[in-house]
Design a protein around this ligand. Structure first.
Ligand code: NAD
Ligand code: ZN
Length: 350
């Protein structure tokens, strides 16, 4: 399967959604929102959508701690009670938690109903809502349950960012930084010049980042090769995220990824791939935006345990995406326990 969902922007997207609804003629429209997107994003979307059919709104609690099978079961039960049939259309309006879970819920309900993603966080726009990965967490294991399934289309509207808290903007921005680091040095140079992370300045970065992700995913939809580069910063990042989730002090995804990119760049230097000067640039830039995550050297064991469960591992070997230079990544690189621990200690002492 070598394709990606169609992605449309702003007014064109609304037109495409309305055309799709007209053609598909769903029996019901269900909007899945969380309490924030219900308030900030749903009114705009619903006023733009033209449809005569029955509309239902399902609201979930926001937050990663709700991205689990229990919430899915509640949603499947709600759909069943509302007598939602297979010709219905689900419209997910929210961040990555909501689009990941909404896609999974749609794909499993009555063996699959069609759905559309309307990402409303920066992270969901440039990453989570595109590329067809769905999923929920199992305990503190991130995205342990899920599948690959594509929405009918994705609507991107950077205006939704206006109501997004700055911490959430920074969280999504980590994925934009990642795109520059793994794929395009010129793009990285453009990124580091942005002074203010507001909707206007981010608009062109959003489409450039989506293009990078689209290109990579189109070559390797099910992640048997090249797509792995999108996991740069995530081997460490996800493990640290899981560690804090387990300890009931969840950090934002992008915070974990930002830290992960520093640590994995250091490993890239130690493995002889990346120039030390590039590592310095990466470290300084990321540190200028993100506060340091604090934990103890003693926590390494637990963090390492999460890495051992990483989906990219083969035969119990922890596989990393590393940088050869800013703009070029290599994947499937084995890194031993000692070097991982050393790199994390360098971060702790930084
Ligand atoms: P999120 O969905 O939790 O949203 C962050 C917060 O912002 C929530 O409180 C939400 O209610 C609020 N919010 C959303 N839109 C808003 C708006 N326009 N205005 C005001 N508040 C708004 O978090 P996220 O960072 O978007 O997504 C993180 C999730 O994405 C993680 O679970 C991660 O695993 C997943 N993810 C998936 C993929 C993938 O390929 N499927 C890729 C990257 C990340
Ligand atoms: Zn990510």
């Amino acid at each position: 399967m070598n394709f990606i969902n169609p992605i449309y922007y702003k007014k064109e997207a609304i037109k495409k959604i309305n055309n799709f609804i007209l053609e598909y003629n769903p029996s019901q429209l269900i909007f899945l929102v969380d309490s924030n997107t219900h308030q900030f994003c749903f009114p705009k979307v619903v006023s733009d959508i033209k449809s005569e059919c029955r509309i239902e709104v399902l609201e979930i609690e926001p937050g990663e701690e709700n991205k689990n099978l229990y919430t899915c079961i509640n949603l499947w039960e709600a759909l069943t009670e509302l007598k939602i049939d297979r010709k219905s259309l689900l419209i997910n309006i929210g961040g990555g938690v909501l689009t990941d879970m909404g896609a999974f819920v749609a794909n499993c309900y009555k063996r699959g109903i069609k759905f559309i993603n309307i990402p409303t966080t920066l992270l969901a726009m440039v990453d989570a809502s595109i590329g067809g990965k769905t999923g929920v967490d199992l305990g503190s294991h991130k995205n342990q349950i899920g599948n690959f399934v594509l929405p009918e289309m994705v609507m991107i509207d950077s205006d939704f960012i206006r109501t997004l808290p700055q911490a959430q903007i920074l969280s999504g921005f980590a994925e934009i930084i990642k795109h520059g680091l793994i794929a395009d040095r010129e793009y990285w140079n453009k990124i580091i010049q942005i002074q203010d992370l507001n909707a206007e300045n981010l608009e062109s970065l959003i489409s450039a980042s989506i293009d990078i992700k689209k290109k990579v995913v189109a070559e390797d939809f099910t992640e048997t090769g090249l797509r792995k580069i999108l996991n740069f910063g995530h081997t460490i990042g996800h493990a640290v995220e899981s560690f804090f989730l387990e300890n009931k002090e969840p950090i934002l995804h992008g915070q974990g990824v930002a830290m992960g990119m520093i640590v994995e760049s250091y490993i890239s230097v130690e493995k002889g791939f990346l120039a030390y000067s590039d590592y310095q640039l990466i470290k300084q830039y990321i540190n200028s935006l993100y506060s340091k995550i604090s934990f103890l050297k003693d926590n390494f064991k637990e963090i390492f345990m999460y890495m051992q469960n990483d989906k990219k591992n083969v035969n119990n070997e922890i596989k990393f995406v590393l940088l050869k230079s800013i703009g070029e990544a290599v994947y499937d690189i084995s890194v031993n326990h000692e070097l991982i621990e050393k790199a994390i200690n360098v971060y702790i002492e930084m």
